[in-house]
Design a protein around this ligand. Structure first.
Ligand SMILES: Nc1nc(=O)n([C@H]2C[C@H](O)[C@@H](COP(=O)(O)O)O2)cc1CO
Ligand SMILES: [Zn+2]
Length: 151
Protein backbone atom coordinates (compact mmCIF):
# COMPACT_ATOMS: atom_id res chain seq x y z
CA UNK A 1 0.00 0.00 0.00
CA UNK A 2 2.90 2.36 0.64
CA UNK A 3 4.00 1.89 -2.96
CA UNK A 4 0.44 2.63 -4.09
CA UNK A 5 0.30 5.80 -1.99
CA UNK A 6 3.74 6.88 -3.15
CA UNK A 7 2.71 6.39 -6.77
CA UNK A 8 -0.35 8.56 -6.16
CA UNK A 9 1.96 11.43 -5.22
CA UNK A 10 2.82 11.74 -8.91
CA UNK A 11 -0.75 12.56 -9.87
CA UNK A 12 -1.42 16.07 -11.16
CA UNK A 13 -4.94 16.02 -9.79
CA UNK A 14 -5.03 18.95 -7.35
CA UNK A 15 -7.86 17.41 -5.33
CA UNK A 16 -7.48 13.65 -5.11
CA UNK A 17 -4.26 11.76 -5.80
CA UNK A 18 -4.87 8.03 -6.01
CA UNK A 19 -2.26 5.33 -6.45
CA UNK A 20 -2.62 1.61 -7.07
CA UNK A 21 -0.17 -1.26 -6.96
CA UNK A 22 -0.75 -4.80 -8.24
CA UNK A 23 1.10 -7.80 -6.83
CA UNK A 24 1.16 -11.39 -8.04
CA UNK A 25 0.70 -14.56 -6.01
CA UNK A 26 4.27 -14.24 -4.72
CA UNK A 27 3.60 -10.65 -3.65
CA UNK A 28 5.91 -9.35 -6.39
CA UNK A 29 4.89 -6.01 -7.86
CA UNK A 30 3.61 -6.37 -11.42
CA UNK A 31 1.90 -3.02 -12.01
CA UNK A 32 1.71 0.49 -10.59
CA UNK A 33 -0.46 3.43 -11.60
CA UNK A 34 -1.93 6.74 -10.52
CA UNK A 35 -4.76 8.91 -11.77
CA UNK A 36 -3.81 11.03 -14.73
CA UNK A 37 -4.55 11.99 -18.29
CA UNK A 38 -4.01 9.45 -21.07
CA UNK A 39 -0.47 9.22 -22.46
CA UNK A 40 0.71 12.21 -24.45
CA UNK A 41 -2.01 14.59 -23.28
CA UNK A 42 -0.81 17.81 -21.75
CA UNK A 43 -1.76 18.28 -18.09
CA UNK A 44 -2.01 22.00 -18.67
CA UNK A 45 -4.47 21.75 -21.57
CA UNK A 46 -7.24 19.91 -19.73
CA UNK A 47 -9.38 20.97 -16.79
CA UNK A 48 -8.69 19.64 -13.30
CA UNK A 49 -11.80 21.01 -11.62
CA UNK A 50 -14.50 18.79 -10.21
CA UNK A 51 -17.56 21.02 -10.43
CA UNK A 52 -19.51 22.74 -13.20
CA UNK A 53 -20.08 21.69 -16.79
CA UNK A 54 -18.98 18.09 -17.34
CA UNK A 55 -16.64 19.05 -20.18
CA UNK A 56 -15.02 21.64 -17.97
CA UNK A 57 -14.16 19.04 -15.33
CA UNK A 58 -11.51 16.34 -15.19
CA UNK A 59 -14.01 13.48 -15.09
CA UNK A 60 -14.36 12.70 -18.82
CA UNK A 61 -10.60 12.79 -19.34
CA UNK A 62 -8.75 11.28 -16.41
CA UNK A 63 -7.67 7.63 -16.26
CA UNK A 64 -8.10 6.15 -12.80
CA UNK A 65 -5.18 4.74 -10.85
CA UNK A 66 -6.51 1.18 -11.01
CA UNK A 67 -6.92 1.30 -14.79
CA UNK A 68 -3.39 2.64 -15.20
CA UNK A 69 -1.94 0.02 -12.86
CA UNK A 70 -3.58 -2.72 -14.94
CA UNK A 71 -2.54 -1.20 -18.26
CA UNK A 72 1.01 -0.56 -17.01
CA UNK A 73 1.31 -4.12 -15.85
CA UNK A 74 4.47 -6.00 -16.67
CA UNK A 75 2.61 -9.28 -16.54
CA UNK A 76 0.74 -10.82 -19.47
CA UNK A 77 -1.83 -12.27 -17.10
CA UNK A 78 -3.07 -10.77 -13.86
CA UNK A 79 -4.92 -13.96 -12.88
CA UNK A 80 -4.97 -14.34 -9.10
CA UNK A 81 -3.22 -11.03 -8.50
CA UNK A 82 -4.17 -8.52 -5.80
CA UNK A 83 -4.55 -4.78 -6.24
CA UNK A 84 -3.70 -2.37 -3.46
CA UNK A 85 -5.47 0.91 -4.05
CA UNK A 86 -5.78 4.08 -2.00
CA UNK A 87 -9.46 4.57 -2.87
CA UNK A 88 -12.14 1.97 -3.34
CA UNK A 89 -12.47 1.30 -7.10
CA UNK A 90 -15.33 2.83 -9.07
CA UNK A 91 -17.68 0.63 -11.12
CA UNK A 92 -15.73 1.20 -14.33
CA UNK A 93 -12.46 0.13 -12.73
CA UNK A 94 -14.19 -2.79 -11.04
CA UNK A 95 -15.22 -4.07 -14.45
CA UNK A 96 -11.64 -3.85 -15.64
CA UNK A 97 -10.37 -5.48 -12.43
CA UNK A 98 -12.75 -8.39 -12.96
CA UNK A 99 -11.78 -8.78 -16.61
CA UNK A 100 -8.10 -8.73 -15.76
CA UNK A 101 -8.36 -11.73 -13.45
CA UNK A 102 -7.42 -9.85 -10.28
CA UNK A 103 -8.99 -11.70 -7.35
CA UNK A 104 -8.61 -9.29 -4.45
CA UNK A 105 -8.89 -5.55 -3.83
CA UNK A 106 -7.25 -4.04 -0.75
CA UNK A 107 -8.18 -0.42 -0.21
CA UNK A 108 -7.38 2.34 2.23
CA UNK A 109 -10.37 4.65 1.92
CA UNK A 110 -13.97 3.97 1.02
CA UNK A 111 -15.11 7.56 1.52
CA UNK A 112 -17.79 7.43 -1.17
CA UNK A 113 -19.25 4.16 0.12
CA UNK A 114 -22.92 5.11 -0.31
CA UNK A 115 -22.71 6.66 -3.78
CA UNK A 116 -24.38 4.65 -6.56
CA UNK A 117 -21.05 4.19 -8.34
CA UNK A 118 -19.64 2.31 -5.39
CA UNK A 119 -22.82 0.35 -4.74
CA UNK A 120 -22.59 -0.80 -8.37
CA UNK A 121 -18.94 -1.52 -7.84
CA UNK A 122 -19.65 -3.85 -4.92
CA UNK A 123 -22.44 -5.53 -6.89
CA UNK A 124 -19.97 -6.25 -9.68
CA UNK A 125 -17.18 -7.46 -7.42
CA UNK A 126 -19.53 -9.58 -5.30
CA UNK A 127 -21.07 -11.33 -8.28
CA UNK A 128 -17.68 -11.93 -9.85
CA UNK A 129 -16.30 -13.34 -6.61
CA UNK A 130 -13.60 -10.71 -6.30
CA UNK A 131 -12.75 -10.27 -2.65
CA UNK A 132 -12.28 -6.78 -1.20
CA UNK A 133 -11.13 -5.62 2.20
CA UNK A 134 -9.97 -2.50 3.93
CA UNK A 135 -6.30 -2.51 4.81
CA UNK A 136 -5.86 -3.17 8.51
CA UNK A 137 -2.82 -1.29 9.73
CA UNK A 138 -1.58 0.62 12.73
CA UNK A 139 0.81 2.61 10.55
CA UNK A 140 -0.24 6.27 10.48
CA UNK A 141 2.20 7.70 7.95
CA UNK A 142 5.26 6.87 5.93
CA UNK A 143 8.39 8.95 5.81
CA UNK A 144 10.86 9.28 2.97
CA UNK A 145 14.17 11.04 3.03
CA UNK A 146 16.66 12.12 0.39
CA UNK A 147 19.32 12.53 3.06
CA UNK A 148 22.00 9.99 2.19
CA UNK A 149 22.79 9.52 5.86
CA UNK A 150 19.39 7.92 6.23
CA UNK A 151 20.19 5.20 3.72
N1 LIG B 1 -10.87 4.61 -7.18
C1 LIG B 1 -10.55 5.78 -7.74
N2 LIG B 1 -9.40 5.90 -8.45
C2 LIG B 1 -9.06 7.09 -9.01
O1 LIG B 1 -8.02 7.19 -9.64
N3 LIG B 1 -9.90 8.19 -8.86
C3 LIG B 1 -9.50 9.48 -9.38
C4 LIG B 1 -10.36 10.13 -10.43
C5 LIG B 1 -10.16 11.60 -10.14
O2 LIG B 1 -8.93 12.04 -10.73
C6 LIG B 1 -10.02 11.64 -8.64
C7 LIG B 1 -11.32 11.90 -7.88
O3 LIG B 1 -11.53 13.27 -7.88
P1 LIG B 1 -12.54 14.00 -6.88
O4 LIG B 1 -13.94 13.64 -7.33
O5 LIG B 1 -12.25 13.46 -5.48
O6 LIG B 1 -12.24 15.48 -7.02
O7 LIG B 1 -9.52 10.37 -8.26
C8 LIG B 1 -11.05 8.09 -8.17
C9 LIG B 1 -11.41 6.92 -7.59
C10 LIG B 1 -12.68 6.79 -6.84
O8 LIG B 1 -13.54 6.06 -7.62
ZN1 LIG C 1 -12.18 3.99 -11.44
Amino acid sequence: MEIAILSGKRSKDPNTRVGSCIVNEKNRIVGIGYNGLPNGLNDDEFPWGNTGDYLNTKYPFVCHAELNAILNSTSISLENCKIYTALFPCNECSKVIIQSGIREVIYLSDKHHDDDIFIASRMLLDRAGVNYRKLETTIDKMELSYNEENV
